[in-house]
Design a protein around this ligand. Structure first.
Ligand SMILES: C=C(O[C@@H]1C=C(C(=O)O)C=C[C@H]1O)C(=O)O
Length: 261
């Protein structure tokens, strides 16, 4: 979504179109990561002493992610309302270019669940996505991991915009206000949940993974039973177990703060 379009209109339909577009980004990012082995050393904290920053105690991935985000911060990536860093903001440098004026769509907040995203990605996604061995391609694996993590973070934190759009709907706003004042997270989550959208998403996702995972050649017929580049069931499980629940967690967290002064 282009937040510089000069309009504060955030329709649920437009936001959902953006989430659908991010499905493609995430599937292709996972396909790229799946080219390489699990490469467990990439995720082990303290395995390397990095020349020039011996005091860094995280994993190879955390080091690469932090250094990547420092560079992206210089070009004001994390001033965009839909971008959230994994690195603590005080460690990021100021932009080298002037700040952009974004419309104030969201209620100011510090909601950032990237630590949870990192945990499920490293513990549950990579081991299922990749061959469980070590091909030494640590740099290639880490660069693909960063792309996957950034896409997952953007998608999940879009829950803030979806929650704002739902809150602005006059039909449900009185109920949201009632549940927010009662601090009733369960009622808020039930009200914001749209099972039909979720079910349609999972069906679409499976079709996309089946097609995007194909090796398309210049000849022969187009068969869906060829060797796929991605574990289709894993893509669906990723969304069902992690992406959708965490998006709703962000929606609820945002709404619980929506009436704060
Ligand atoms: C994102 C939305 O809110 C909820 C979360 C969804 C998701 O993470 O895909 C889908 C539907 C809703 O249950 C939405 O309503 O589109």
């Amino acid at each position: 979504m282009n937040f510089l379009s000069g309009t504060e209109d955030i329709s649920l339909g437009k936001l959902r179109d953006t989430l659908i577009r991010l499905e493609d980004t995430i599937i292709f990012a996972l396909i790229e990561r799946a080219q390489f082995s699990h490469n467990e050393p990439v995720y082990k904290a303290g395995l390397y002493k990095y020349k020039g920053c011996e005091d860094f105690e995280g994993s190879f991935l955390e080091y690469f992610l932090q250094e990547s985000e420092k560079l992206h911060a210089k070009v004001r990536r994390y001033q965009s309302p839909d971008e959230y860093p994994f690195t603590e903001r005080h460690l990021l440098p100021d932009p080298i270019i002037p700040a952009l004026e974004y419309p104030q769509i969201l209620k100011p907040n510090d909601i950032n669940i990237n630590a949870k995203i990192m945990e499920f990605y490293v513990k549950h996604i990579v081991p299922s996505l990749c061959a469980m061995d070590d091909d030494q391609n640590y740099g290639s694996a880490a660069t693909r991991d960063v792309t996957c993590l950034q896409a997952l973070s953007q998608r999940i934190h879009y829950g803030k915009f979806v929650a704002e759009a739902k809150f602005r709907d006059p039909k449900n706003q009185p109920k949201y206000i009632e549940y927010i004042k009662a601090r009733d997270s369960k009622a808020i989550e039930e009200l914001l949940t749209n099972k039909k959208v979720e079910e349609d998403l999972l069906k679409r996702l499976k079709r996309k993974a089946l097609i995007y995972g194909q090796d398309i050649t210049e000849a022969g017929d187009f068969t869906l039973d060829a060797n796929l580049k991605i574990n289709v069931d894993l893509v669906v499980e990723l969304y069902e177990k992690w992406v959708i629940p965490l998006t709703k967690e962000v929606e609820v967290a945002y709404l619980l703060e929506r009436l704060d002064n």
